[in-house]
Structure formats: structure tokens, C-alpha cells
Design a protein around this ligand. Structure first.
Ligand code: SAH
Length: 368
């Protein structure tokens, strides 16, 4: 009689505690978890045979019950400016995107948190694609694991990812548990050892989750503000109908309270004739008064179904000058990886939208 093969446990997304529990079930000492964690995440190993501080017999046994499996690379593109984008295929056939952005003093990996997104922001390519599902912890940390491995090859073994931003596809705070599990691995000294200042979560503003994030994993916070009054923000970021600007900004204030070094980054996409006037800039200054803040102005990246236009450079400069005169640190984000569609909001992957049509329409009116 032939027995159906038993699914192997994927160790990639397991927390240190879950890995300890796994070894105890295997009749092994819990300290094996630390060793294996380092092999997987520090050394990027996916083959038990390479784990030379484990006995031969244990290595062979592990290979029969466990595996270290990341998403598959479906496409690997490098832009003229060095930005690199991977299209990753998940076990169920869905695709997500991960982008690496090299700069002189850092290397930033932009990680996805969901297949698609439920929020349907008016200017975002991912939102237009619909939503399929949340990513699992192994699929989130797998993006960092894979990118580290692929880039280390290029850099002769040097670690070149110094920062991670949860700014790819999806709304990370609507996949809270899995995102936090993955971020804890990013911060763990036995795994990636990134400081919490070098891991940034970007949210459209799921207010109740900000309190939990602060309590459970207080990484750097970026908030996609994009508008200075509720009427406009309701249109651009429909989630605002549920959590309006005043509530969101209160939650931001609380997030950085008691930590003098911390600031919230406010992302503000520059849409020609929509939110980019000097009056808007002044309104923004007033809104952010008293909040330790910096502002990232993001030139809108057009995509085929998009109905907006990028503000011209003059409008962006004028807007920036108003903020800077009010002593708000303001950076205009450079558009990176244009030639490979790797820029903000361009990450579309290939999403099999499972949302029924009726729900998709409802979503446009009232978000989750
Ligand atoms: N859901 C999260 C993270 C994903 S979006 C959030 O809303 O923050 C990451 C950033 O890209 C956000 O600031 C988002 O507003 C911005 N973005 C989305 N579409 C864009 C586009 N077409 N051009 C420029 N920035 C865009």
C-alpha cells in the first residue's frame, strides 16, 4: 500500500519559540532552535546538510520531516538605477512583488504583506487589482530571506539589506499577527538583527491596530496621509471614512509618545491639481503641529488604469518650501526603478481576486 506523503513543516516562518517546540517534539534539546534559526536566517541556508553543528543523524531526520521553503522567483528584473524587483510565486500560484532599492548609505527592501489589498485607494495599482488573501509569516520573511540570499551572491557575501519597509502590496495592519511574527524575526539577533528603527511599517491608518503595534512590536511608523481634510481623504483613501484624520493623528501622537528620538513619517503623494496647492501645504503644517513628524513627498506614479497626474516639479518644490519654512523635515522621494515598474504603488503582481463583485463594490463605499 502506498501512503500519501506527509507534508513537511516549513521552518522558514517559525518564531524562535515555535522552533523550540518543534525540536522538543522531535525529542531534541530546545537549544537546537537557536542553531537552526541562525543557519536559516543569518546564513541563508535551506539545506539541512549544510548545518554542520547538528549531528549527521539529526540532519538526515530533519530532511524527512521539515523543509526551508521560500516563494519561487518568477521574474527578476534590475533597473538602470540598480533597483531590483522580484515577482515571487507563492505555493498557491499567486504572485507578489518585492523591491530592493540601493542607495549610497543603505539598502532598503520593500516587502509585501498581502496578495492584493482591500483598501482600494484611488491612486494605487494594487488596490485596483483586488484582494486575495493575507500572506503567511513564512511568505513575508521569505521575501527578506530570498532577497538577502540573492543579493549576498552579488556582494560577495556582504549583507546589503540594511533597512526593511513594509510598503509593498497590501495593508500590513490588516494582517497584523503574521506581519508582527515576520517583523519579530527581522529584529531577532539570531535572525536578521535589524534595529527597530530600520524596520518601517507603512499604513493607510488602521487606527486600533496602532496601539497594538506599539505594545507588541514598536517599529518605525509611516502613515499614508495624502490629504489634509476628511472630504478629500475619504475619496483618496476610503479607509478614512472609518478612521478620520483627527483620530489617526491622535493615534500617531500616542505611537511616538515617551520616545524623544522617534518621529512618524507622513507620506504624501503629489497629485496634480488635487492635493498639491500651497493652501494644502499650509493645512498640512497646521495638522502636524505638535507631532514629531517628517514628511515624504511622493511624486504620483501613473499606471494604466489610474486617473491622476503627477504634480509638476514646481508644484512639488513650492509645497516642500512651505513645509520646510515651518521646520518640518521634508524629503521628496525619488522615483526609483521606473523602467521596471518598481515604483511606489506599481506593485501589482498577479492576483486572482476572490472578492465577490458585490463585495468589491461595497468595499468602494465602506472599507473593512
Ligand atoms: N497599505 C500601506 C502600504 C502599501 S502602499 C499604506 O497605505 O501605507 C505604500 C506607499 O505607496 C503608500 O504611501 C501609498 O500611498 C503609496 N502609493 C500607492 N500608490 C502609489 C502611486 N501610484 N504613486 C505613488 N505612491 C503610491
Amino acid at each position: 500500500m502506498q501512503l500519501a506523503p506527509v507534508a513537511k513543516v516549513n521552518l522558514l516562518g517559525l518564531s524562535p519559540d515555535a522552533l523550540k517546540a518543534f525540536f522538543v517534539v522531535q525529542g531534541e534539546k530546545p537549544f537546537r532552535a537557536g542553531q537552526v534559526l541562525q543557519w536559516i536566517h543569518r546564513h541563508g541556508v535551506d539545506n539541512f546538510d549544510a548545518m554542520t553543528n547538528l549531528g549527521k543523524e539529526l540532519r538526515a531526520r530533519l530532511a524527512t520531516v521539515a523543509e526551508i521553503r521560500a516563494p519561487e522567483v518568477a521574474l527578476d528584473q534590475v533597473a538602470a538605477d540598480g533597483t531590483r524587483k522580484w515577482l515571487l510565486r507563492l505555493a498557491d500560484g499567486n504572485c507578489i512583488e518585492t523591491v530592493f532599492i540601493p542607495e549610497a548609505d543603505r539598502g532598503t527592501l520593500c516587502v509585501s504583506s498581502q496578495v492584493g489589498c482591500t483598501l482600494n485607494c484611488a491612486f494605487c495599482a494594487t488596490g485596483h487589482q483586488g484582494f486575495n488573501r493575507n500572506l503567511e509569516p513564512d511568505e513575508i520573511i521569505g521575501q527578506l530571506w530570498l532577497a538577502s540570499r540573492l543579493l549576498a551572491g552579488d556582494a560577495g557575501g556582504e549583507r546589503i539589506i540594511t533597512n526593511v519597509v513594509l510598503m509593498g502590496m497590501g495593508e500590513p495592519l490588516l494582517n497584523f499577527d503574521n506581519v508582527v511574527a515576520a517583523m519579530k524575526l527581522m529584529l531577532d539577533d539570531m535572525a536578521y538583527g535589524l534595529s527597530k528603527r530600520r524596520v518601517t511599517l507603512s499604513t493607510a491608518g488602521v487606527v486600533p491596530m496602532l496601539e497594538r503595534l506599539r505594545a507588541e512590536c514598536p517599529v518605525s511608523l509611516a502613515v499614508s496621509l495624502h490629504a489634509t481634510n476628511d472630504a478629500l481623504r475619504n475619496e483618496l483613501v476610503p479607509l478614512n471614512r472609518k478612521y478620520p484624520i483627527a483620530e489617526l493623528l491622535d493615534a500617531c501622537r500616542r505611537y511616538v509618545e515617551g520616545d524623544g528620538r522617534r518621529r512618524v513619517t507622513f507620506e504624501y503623494i503629489m497629485l496634480a491639481g488635487v492635493n498639491d496647492s500651497v493652501a494644502h501645504a499650509r493645512e498640512l503644517v497646521r495638522l502636524l503641529e505638535g507631532i514629531p513628524a517628517k514628511v515624504n513627498l511622493i511624486p504620483y506614479n501613473p499606471f494604466p488604469q489610474g486617473r491622476f497626474q503627477r504634480s509638476d516639479q514646481n508644484a512639488i518644490d513650492r509645497f516642500r518650501d512651505v513645509l520646510q519654512r515651518a521646520n518640518l523635515t521634508t524629503i521628496t522621494r525619488k522615483t526609483r526603478g521606473d523602467d521596471i515598474d518598481a515604483a511606489c504603488g506599481q506593485l501589482a503582481g498577479r492576483i486572482h481576486d476572490r472578492t465577490p463583485r458585490s463585495q468589491r463594490i461595497a468595499r468602494r463605499i465602506a472599507t473593512p
